[in-house]
Ligand binder design. Structure first.
Ligand code: UDP
Length: 315
């Protein structure tokens, strides 16, 4: 199988490329390197089954026949998409159209990387796929949330009207090696701060919750969905929920850091609770995450330590 991965130089995209290569496939990554990084693909430099095209998928593209299109291109951390609002809207709309056009042209299966952000600040908890969400369409986060919701609608329309064979995964907070040190996400911030001996910045009172999935688990779930016959949105995430104070304490424990905790204002429209209901993934795909937060943070420690050291050396 020849698979095309948009956003292939990103955090999740690059891990997906690795997993597809490990399964024996040929992989073409497409990325405009706006938030993706060559460093994430450095280890594939001499892999003959791998290639990269530097291309913005918000413009039409065609790199020949493929059997699968994984559409993973988008700024994805709140800091990134708030800095890149129009790029985020474009890649989540035009970009999805163009990726679907490739899938349609070559009769390829298509998988959209959607998000738990489709549920917004949820009124149902945990969130099953049947929940329609509570998104502020004019708030600052809407550039990402609404783009992803629009992407789901576009995907379903191509399925209905053009018979494209589609899948939609709703990805919940994921972490692990290759998460960018300065992308502003909570795990990268806390790990960086703990390793530097700086205070861990907990936003609000730290009672808001997230459910963190280790990247290897996330990618395994995505591939299972890709291979399945399920075309309706499917949550892939870890259902073990932590509030941000608990998360900060876990990072302190894993890093052995003596950093203090500092409270900072809560960003606008920050979801108060988030936890996937993964009944569907469990029953339909036989998938559930294996690595819990403490172990996953330990598995990520060397990577974050290296990033902090490299940054220090460059100063
Ligand atoms: N957060 C925090 N301190 C930080 C960064 C984030 O307390 O330094 C909180 C943030 O307010 C949110 C949660 O951690 O409630 C997860 O934030 P993140 O940016 O990782 O992703 P989100 O789930 O909001 O997309």
């Amino acid at each position: 199988m020849r698979a095309l991965v948009t956003g292939g130089a990103g955090f999740l995209g690059s891990h997906l490329c690795d997993a597809l290569l490990a399964q024996g496939h040929t992989v073409l990554a497409v990325d405009n390197l706006l938030t993706g990084r060559m460093a994430n693909l450095e280890h594939l430099k001499h892999e003959p089954r791998f290639s990269l095209e530097v291309q913005d998928i918000s413009e039409p593209f065609d790199f020949g026949a493929v059997d699968y299109v994984f559409d993973f291109a988008s700024p994805a951390s709140p800091v990134d998409y708030l800095n890149l609002p129009l790029e985020t809207l474009k890649v989540g709309s035009y970009g999805v159209f163009h990726s679907l056009d490739v899938a349609r042209k070559y009769n390829a299966r298509f998988l959209l990387a959607s998000t738990s952000e489709c549920y917004g600040d949820p009124l149902e908890h945990p969130q099953p796929e049947s929940y329609w969400g509570n998104v502020n369409s004019i708030g600052p986060r809407s550039v990402y949330d609404e783009a992803k919701r629009f992407g789901e609608a576009t995907t379903m329309a191509y399925r209905r009207y053009f018979k494209v064979d589609t899948r939609i995964v709703r990805i919940f907070n994921t972490y692990g090696p290759r998460l960018q040190l300065n992308d502003g996400r909570v795990i990268s911030n806390f790990m960086k701060q703990a390793l530097r001996g700086e205070p861990l910045t907990v936003y609000g009172d730290g009672s808001q919750t997230r459910s963190f999935c280790y990247v290897a688990d996330e990618v395994a779930g995505i591939l299972k969905l890709a291979e399945s016959n399920e075309h309706l949105p499917t949550n892939i995430g870890n259902p073990v929920e932590f509030n941000m104070l608990e998360c900060a304490r876990m990072v302190l424990k894993v890093t052995g850091s003596a950093s203090k905790i500092a409270f900072e204002p809560l960003p606008e429209d920050d979801p108060k609770l988030r936890c996937p209901d993964i009944t569907k993934a469990r029953t339909l795909l036989g998938w559930e995450p294996k690595i819990q937060l403490e172990e996953g943070l330990r598995l990520s420690l060397d990577y974050f330590r290296k990033c902090v050291e490299e940054e220090k050396a460059a100063q």
